[in-house]
Design a protein around this ligand. Structure first.
Ligand SMILES: *Cc1c(COP(=O)(O)O)cnc(C)c1O
Length: 500
């Protein structure tokens, strides 16, 4: 492993020069420390790095440029919908009326924000065919938890307490079984059919008086629409269970398929994916949930309501006793919700074009790779917004694995696709181009993948040693995950930034 490269730089502590930062920050009044209670005073000043302003700014700006970002290049990370984030949304989210509003502001002075949230709920309900929406959950995973807790509350409200199981297909995102477990259920894994779809017969066999819910991702994490979804949902409801839809793949069905109308009882939206908030760094996001009639009483508290005089207010404590309660503070991650609102309004009635273009881009890439033949394309039928490719044949021929191909893509200036997920496909690459990429970008990406396969045959060590040009070379990912070393310690012992 090598962690040196031309563009990596020492940390600020290592660049510190005593006295360098002096004079720029106004000195506090002489008696400032007298006003701090003595038990709150440090024995010695903290060893902060001392640098001047340009050094600090350049340090951080240079660091920021070590990252691959959707603003600098193609980011086909499957299941994540890394579309370009319009700058208009950033403008809207930074408007002082939204960004500067105190979360505890009384409803009378928060009317604009409350109206936006109220209208966004209505838009998401329209898009999903659901009866109502709560914007509160902080991310998709928390939306799942919210949905399953509502399903639990529903069964309990009917005195139906024997339902202990949640059925989840084996291609599901890891958050689905995690959610079921956190909500106190037992996860029952159901195998997929050979065509990649939900195995309706296996589901039917697993359904019974113990089934509380079924969690389905449609289109699935293989990028395939479930052709037998209607049949599956009827079977779920006949068994007295409810159907949860993981809506992370909504980008593939906008204006084309409404989960609520199809019969799903509850779903979450990954607003930061479908409706464009920068989310490569892990948040904040938003995971609103939509519900049909059955779960309406259980929606989290507080909802945003419109009064008959047209004003908006939050539900008062205790106003709706059937609610499962609060999932997080306040009404949700409002900045992310403003971006979603701006994105939806900017597309207006042409929102379905997003899906049309995303699906076209994915099928184009899939067909280009299928025609070349260097990679296996396991599912032949047309995909939705993403598709699975696999390096199984390439590995058998050359020893080069999906991980190597992914690392080599970095040298070509691309972010790698999602790898080794879904778990049901050997040497998987899950590729999601999104609607925002040009034909030229798609062609360049396909050409890079094809060239990497050619390299694997002629000089595999180039691929297995990749990335060759990145500032950080191949990392030991297992050690990084098991023994993460996240803290810098001074090499010289001269300065101790914080006590051990
Ligand atoms: C992203 C994703 C999730 C989890 O969503 P977060 O917003 O990251 O919590 C769940 N299911 C699928 C299929 C996803 O792609």
């Amino acid at each position: 492993m090598s962690v040196t490269g031309p563009r990596l730089q020492p940390v600020l502590f290592e660049r510190s020069k005593p006295g360098r930062g002096d004079g720029k920050v106004p000195h506090p009044p002489k008696d400032a420390l007298d006003r701090v209670p003595s038990d709150q005073l440090r024995a010695a000043p903290p060893a902060l790095p001392e640098l001047n302003e340009p050094e600090v700014v350049r340090h951080y700006v240079n660091l920021s440029q070590l990252n691959h970002a959707v603003d600098t290049g193609f980011y086909p990370l499957g299941s994540c919908t890394m579309k370009f984030n319009p700058k208009l949304n950033e403008w809207a989210a930074r408007l002082p009326g939204f960004a500067g509003l105190h979360p505890e502001a009384p409803d009378e002075i928060a009317q604009g924000t409350l109206q936006l949230l109220f209208e966004l709920e209505a838009m998401l309900a329209e898009i999903s065919g659901m009866r109502a929406v709560s914007l509160q959950p902080a991310a998709g995973a928390q939306g799942e938890l919210t949905g399953i807790l509502m399903i639990r509350a529903y069964h309990r409200s009917r005195g139906d307490v024997e339902r202990t199981d949640v059925l989840v297909p084996d291609s599901a995102h890891g958050t689905n079984p995690a959610t079921a477990t956190m909500a106190g259920f037992r996860t029952v894994n159901v195998p997929s059919a050979p065509d990649g779809g939900v195995d309706v017969d296996a589901f039917r066999a697993a359904l019974g008086p113990r089934t509380a819910a079924v969690m389905v991702t449609n289109p699935s994490t293989l990028g395939l629409f479930e052709p037998r979804i209607g049949e599956l949902l009827s079977a779920v409801h006949e068994a007295g269970a409810l159907a949860y839809m993981d809506g992370a793949n909504l980008n593939a069905i906008l204006g084309r398929f409404k989960p609520g109308e199809a019969g799903f009882d509850v779903m979450h939206f990954n607003v930061h994916k479908t409706f464009s908030t920068p989310h490569g760094g892990g948040g904040p996001g938003a995971g609103p949930v939509g519900v049909g009639e059955t779960l309406l009483p259980f929606l989290p508290w507080p909802r945003v309501l419109r009064e008959t005089d047209g004003s908006f207010r939050r539900e008062r404590p205790g106003e709706r006793p059937t609610s499962i309660g609060r999932l997080r503070s306040f009404v949700g991650n409002t900045g992310v919700l403003v971006r979603a609102y701006a994105y939806i309004r900017a597309h207006g009635t042409a929102l379905a074009e997003v899906t049309n273009d995303a699906v076209l881009a994915a099928n184009y890439l899939k067909q280009r790779l299928a025609a070349d033949g260097s990679y296996d394309i396991p599912f032949g039928r047309p995909c939705k917004h993403e598709f699975v490719a696999s390096s199984t044949s390439l590995r058998k021929e050359t020893g080069v694995r999906t991980l190597d191909v992914a690392k080599r893509l970095i040298d070509f200036g691309f972010h790698p696709p999602t790898v080794y997920f879904p778990l049901t496909v050997d040497e998987a690459m899950l590729i999601e181009p999104t609607e925002t990429e040009s034909l030229e970008t798609l062609d360049a990406f396909a050409a890079a993948l094809i060239e990497i396969a050619a390299e694997a045959r002629s000089s595999p060590e180039i691929v297995t040693g990749a990335p060759q040009t990145a500032p950080v070379r191949r990392l030991d990912e297992a050690t990084a995950a098991r023994q993460p070393d996240l803290r810098w310690r001074p090499m010289t012992g001269r300065q101790m930034p914080c006590p051990d």
